[in-house]
Design a protein around this ligand. Structure first.
Ligand SMILES: Cc1ncc(COP(=O)(O)O)c(C=O)c1O
Length: 395
């Protein structure tokens, strides 16, 4: 007999994927260059040339047994060491290789972190707007995801609602900054307040409350934005990182969990991740990709295009009357729709070949997400479509 739980999940197909499929189908009719596809968070700039050069060099000159052999289950020790050293240098931390667990992207990192610190029925809090894939990550672990309502004024944390929901059932808090979908970066003040409240409640309830910090957009931060390194402010932090966005490598599936050395039971957590990966079958991420990223740790793709696109869109949309909190990073923005029903709003936009994602899927009503990881030329050409759309439908 097949398992109903997974069969039921078939009904919950990702809205983002459906919209992306729509954009592809529409592209076949009118040419994809004429579809203003703001649906998918797929990086639009290539991997740095240095990464390609490293791969070529390794393939030509390294021992194929090393490149294509099984990685150790926690990741290749030299790679974990290099990552720890780089984080220490950049953020003043004290990681060693024993605090780094290599994963298949941020998704793999979060799935392991959740399993390390929550049991069946324990609650995990996250904050709206949030990345909808948190639902399967959490639900399949047996924990229960609860969503703290948004602070729509600036998309920092709604602390009144958070405090109310931070009961003794909560074992972990899952944050994402810079944030998908809002593009907002939590300030130092927000993180300090979050850490203080979590420390206070951990003491009151007599158990640890872990912070799982989802950070795939850590390097995509715009000028003048305060972007603190989260783990510095709260010792019980498991940082979940990915090279998908910073190096434009989403298809290579590579990332890590970094366990704060001061965290409770720090000496067990990476090894526990190794045991979890045995059980889920997600052990040993590709050796060659681990080795290649370890040689370009301080590099990123040319991420400047995202800030450029953001500025163009922000200027145009606000001049058309949209309310929008200005993003501090990522390649997303999250303006308020021009009617209450965000799905109806996005549907009308499709008449103008604007593919936007309604906010309901992110746990907030009445907004929409634009993933502006597309060519600047297309962003510029889309401005006329936005103007036509707004004038025809809302004036
Ligand atoms: C907020 C957030 N977390 C996690 C992920 C998963 O990242 P990865 O592709 O590295 O697994 C994504 C991917 O888009 C994301 O936007």
């Amino acid at each position: 007999m097949i398992v109903q739980k997974y069969k039921d999940m078939l009904k919950g197909k990702s809205v983002i994927r459906q919209l992306s499929e729509f954009a592809t189908a529409r592209g076949e009719e009118i040419g994809y260059e004429n579809v203003f596809d703001y649906s998918l968070g797929n990086p639009s700039v290539p991997v740095p040339q240095e990464f390609t050069d490293v791969m070529i060099d390794m393939l030509q000159n390294c021992d194929p047994m090393e490149l294509h052999g099984y990685s150790q289950s926690l990741g290749i020790p030299s790679v974990r060491r290099a990552i720890a050293q780089s984080l220490n240098k950049r953020f003043g931390m004290n990681y060693t290789e024993n605090h780094i667990f290599m994963t298949t992207g941020a998704a793999g990192a979060i799935a392991h972190a959740i399993r390390c610190v929550t049991r069946q029925g324990d609650e995990i809090l996250t904050f709206a707007p949030y990345f909808p894939e948190y639902n399967p990550y959490v639900n399949l672990s047996g924990a229960v995801l609860k969503v703290v309502p948004a602070n729509v004024e600036d998309f920092q944390i709604n602390f009144d609602a958070f405090e109310e929901m931070l009961t003794d059932k909560v074992m972990a808090v899952l944050i994402n900054t810079p944030n998908n979908p809002s593009g907002i970066v939590y300030t130092t003040e927000t993180i300090k307040k979050l850490a203080a409240l979590m420390s206070e409640k951990s003491k009151e309830y007599g158990h640890d409350i872990f912070l799982i910090s989802d950070e795939p957009y850590r390097e995509i931060v715009f000028e003048g934005t305060d972007a603190p390194y989260i783990s510095k402010f709260y010792s019980n932090t498991l940082s979940c990182y990915s090279y998908s966005k910073s190096l434009s490598l989403p298809g290579e599936r590579i990332g890590y969990v970094a366990v704060n050395p001061e965290c409770a039971d720090a000496e067990y957590i990476t090894n526990m991740c190794g045991q979890i990966s045995r059980g889920t079958g997600h052990n040993c991420p590709p050796s060659i990709i681990q080795l290649a990223v370890s040689k370009v740790l301080e590099l990123t793709s040319d991420l400047s295009v995202y800030e450029k696109n953001m500025n163009i869109l922000y200027k145009e949309l606000t001049s058309l009357g949209f309310e929008c909190v200005k993003p501090g990073g990522t390649f997303y923005m999250f303006p308020k729709a021009l009617e209450e029903d965000a799905t109806a709003f996005c549907e009308k936009g499709r008449k103008y070949d604007l593919v936007m994602v309604p906010s309901d899927t992110f746990g907030v009503k009445g907004y929409f997400r634009l993933a502006y990881c597309i060519d600047t030329d297309k962003v510029e050409r889309s401005l006329e479509a936005f103007e036509k759309f707004v004038k025809a439908e809302y004036r």
